[in-house]
Design a protein around this ligand. Structure first.
Ligand code: PLP
Length: 340
């Protein structure tokens, strides 16, 4: 579609039409929201980043005195954001998302699969809980998982990752099952102003054209790399939902997503490895067409093992990626004993 960057549209016979001021709606945003809503089976709203979508969810749907049960081991920015929002009276507790969410929570916040531990939520157990359930499905995308079909009330995406897909757009989204949640979130978005701009929405529309092809290919590549890493003597542990996780098994389509993580023996080994790859970029984030790898300890500290490396599989040839990992692994010391 042609990109319209207008912030205003003329009134129609003296009255505001569907489009009048871009803090509420603009053509690329509406088109992209319809497309994502269709993919996820709900009603979508776009935000200027995944973090903005997370903030909007808390400000829009929760009250002071309420508690969020947050999946432990998920995107490290989410508990940091929720700690900041504690000033407004919303508490959070972390729990193991492979089990039952705690009683008394007012919002269950899952991540499928979690970044960077790659755990998978027990969706039926969460759906039985009386609270609203949100699933951060950034790393699975609607190609692999449509959480609203499994009892979730909301889906959260950092569209910066797979939905955009080319590491060139910062974008977030919420997809709602209920009209009431969508209307409330849309009202608060209009008041607080974190709507995604037209360029970002347009870039997501471009990304959606190849989403399925990319995600299926990246899943296949990640599964193959996970198997080869698992068999390599320099690797202590591989985390990937496609390696026998029963909660993820029913959603598998030749692998489950392009994201995996693995541990080498130490922080030094991880740093050697991440700076030795030639094809795989030593960079943060995930979900782009080019593969990237990084030690997560630099950001997450003792929340993750020092030797943990997160790898986002891109669209390069799997043998080329493996050759790159193999030559980088050859520079790190071999494991002493396996933990799995
Ligand atoms: N959720 C997950 C699972 C993420 O990985 C990220 C970012 O890495 C976010 C949310 C936040 O998204 P953004 O960086 O677009 O604000």
């Amino acid at each position: 579609m042609a990109l319209d960057r207008s912030t205003i549209w003329p009134y129609v016979d003296g009255a505001a039409g569907e489009l009048y001021y871009s803090r509420y709606d603009h053509p690329a945003g509406l088109t992209a929201e319809r497309a994502l809503g269709k993919l996820d089976g709900g009603r979508a709203l776009l935000y200027s980043s995944g973090a903005a979508a997370s903030t909007a969810l808390v400000l829009g749907l929760l009250e002071p005195g309420q508690t969020i049960a947050l999946a432990g081991g998920g995107y490290y920015g989410t508990p940091l954001l929720l700690a900041e929002l504690r000033r407004f009276g919303v508490e959070h507790v972390e729990f193991d998302q492979a089990g039952r969410p705690p009683e008394g929570a007012d919002l269950i916040w899952l991540e499928a699969p979690s970044n960077p531990f790659l755990t998978f939520p027990d969706l039926p157990a969460a759906a039985e809980h009386p609270a609203r359930v949100v699933v951060d499905a950034t790393a699975s995308t609607p190609v692999l998982l449509r959480p609203l079909e499994h009892g979730a009330d909301l889906v959260l995406h950092s569209a910066t990752k797979y939905l955009g897909g080319h590491s060139d757009v910062l974008l977030g989204a919420l997809v709602c099952r209920s009209d009431a949640d969508w209307e409330q979130l849309k009202r608060v978005r209009g008041l607080t102003g974190p709507i995604a701009g037209p360029d970002a929405a347009w870039l997501m529309l471009r990304g959606l054209k190849t989403l399925e092809l990319r995600v299926l290919r990246q899943s296949e590549t990640a599964l193959e790399l996970a198997h080869r890493l698992d068999a390599h003597p320099g690797v202590e542990l591989v985390r990937y939902p496609g390696l026998g996780n029963p909660l993820a098994a029913r959603f598998m389509q030749g692998g489950f997503g392009g994201l995996l993580s693995f541990d080498v023996a130490s922080g030094d080994a991880a740093r050697t490895l991440e700076t030795s790859t030639r094809v795989i970029k030593n960079a943060t984030s995930l979900g782009g067409v080019e593969s990237s790898i990084e030690s997560r300890h630099r950001w997450e500290g003792d929340r993750v093992p020092e030797g943990l490396l997160r790898l986002s599989a891109g669209l390069e040839d799997v043998d080329e990626l493996w050759a790159d990992l193999e030559q980088a692994l050859a520079r790190v010391p071999e494991r002493s004993e396996r933990r799995d």
